[in-house]
Design a protein around this ligand. Structure first.
Ligand SMILES: [Zn+2]
Length: 120
């Protein structure tokens, strides 16, 4: 599936704002909408930035896929800022703990540790 560049923007009032550029599929962005993200203290001590991701927070950036591929080889999926995908907790269907997407397999609905345990 093709990957696109997305811009994420959250106005956090007095504390400032979050802005990021990241690369992912339309499917992943669709699944992200309506989920709770928790960025923690990214805007300073005790800032506790969290809330629901809304459709208007994420915007597709018009950039050709060849360029996206080239830049992603250098920068990875997160070009700048805080990639919201990594701040959405997913609950493991087996152990019940919350994990970020790099420790969770959405297709299996399980954390990678439970999957590793099952494979043993
Ligand atoms: Zn688990």
């Amino acid at each position: 599936m093709g990957k696109y560049l997305w811009k994420f923007f959250w106005n956090c009032g007095r504390m400032g704002y979050l802005e990021s550029l990241f690369v992912t599929t339309e499917q992943e962005v669709k699944e992200m909408i309506g989920k709770k993200a928790n960025f923690g203290e990214v805007l300073g001590k005790h800032s506790e930035i969290y809330g629901d991701i809304e459709e208007s927070d994420v915007e597709k950036v018009d950039l050709d896929s060849e360029t996206i591929g080239k830049v992603s080889k250098i920068l990875g999926d997160t070009w700048c800022g805080y990639n919201p995908l990594y701040y959405i907790p997913y609950e493991c269907s087996k152990c019940g703990s919350n994990y970020s997407i790099n420790e969770f397999l959405i297709g299996e609905n399980m954390c990678r540790y439970c999957i590793e345990n099952e494979e043993e």
